[in-house]
Design a protein. Structure first.
Length: 207
């Protein structure tokens, strides 16, 4: 379940999102707007909701929590319900706490560290260089939607695509969907997002 936990630290604000999109007419402008926003973002804090759709479940699994991000490589990802779980990333150091106890699991930590590179690409806009992904650009009146397809065969085994929806007015990421298959996916939405506010370092080091 670790791969589900780690994908969406960038999510910003959500509202109803239309599903009708056409190809972006000016891809260069779209890329420049998103990249500029990412470069100006030094920190993000906010609440999130998580919805997991899986052929293994009889119903959608839902969770809520709170996250903090600080450029370049500090993250606190905290599930508040239905269970409590905290992941801390402070530079190269990764720690996890679940059900009140710190988890010492080298396999989980290796996975977290591998996914850390992906998360940072999404935060800082480096994914736009298309070294790791092939990107298709779409738009409607209110939003841009980017569909990222992994180039790595190894990553493709776990992620078939990543869909990122940005508000055109604020260039904020409103919704992110991670797809393993059409039936198996996870959707993150964030609310009460605050940008570029000072975050005490203890947030990233103490459970």
């Amino acid at each position: 379940m670790v791969k589900y936990i780690l994908i969406a630290f960038l999510l910003i604000s959500y509202s109803g999102i239309s599903q009708s999109y056409t190809k972006v007419k000016n891809v260069a402008t779209c890329k420049q707007l998103i990249n500029s926003k990412a470069k100006k973002t030094n920190s993000i804090s906010g609440n999130f909701t998580e919805e997991i759709y899986s052929s293994m479940f009889n119903s959608t699994k839902k969770a809520t929590g709170r996250m903090h991000y600080e450029k370049e490589n500090k993250i606190r990802w905290e599930h508040l319900s239905p269970k409590k779980q905290i992941i801390l990333i402070d530079g190269k150091k990764v720690r996890m706490k679940e059900n009140g106890k710190e988890v010492v699991n080298s396999t989980s930590n290796r996975i977290v560290k591998k996914v850390q590179g992906l998360m940072l690409q999404l935060f800082n806009g480096d994914f736009l260089n298309e070294k790791e992904f092939t990107i298709s650009y779409f738009e409607n009146a209110k939003n841009y939607k980017l569909i990222l397809k992994p180039k790595s065969s190894r990553m493709s085994k776990y992620i078939s695509s990543i869909e990122m929806v940005f508000d055109k007015k604020t260039i904020s990421l409103r919704q992110l969907t991670l797809k393993e298959t059409e039936a198996d996916k996870i959707v993150y939405k964030f609310t009460n997002i605050v940008f570029n506010k000072d975050i005490p370092n203890i947030i990233f080091t103490k459970f």
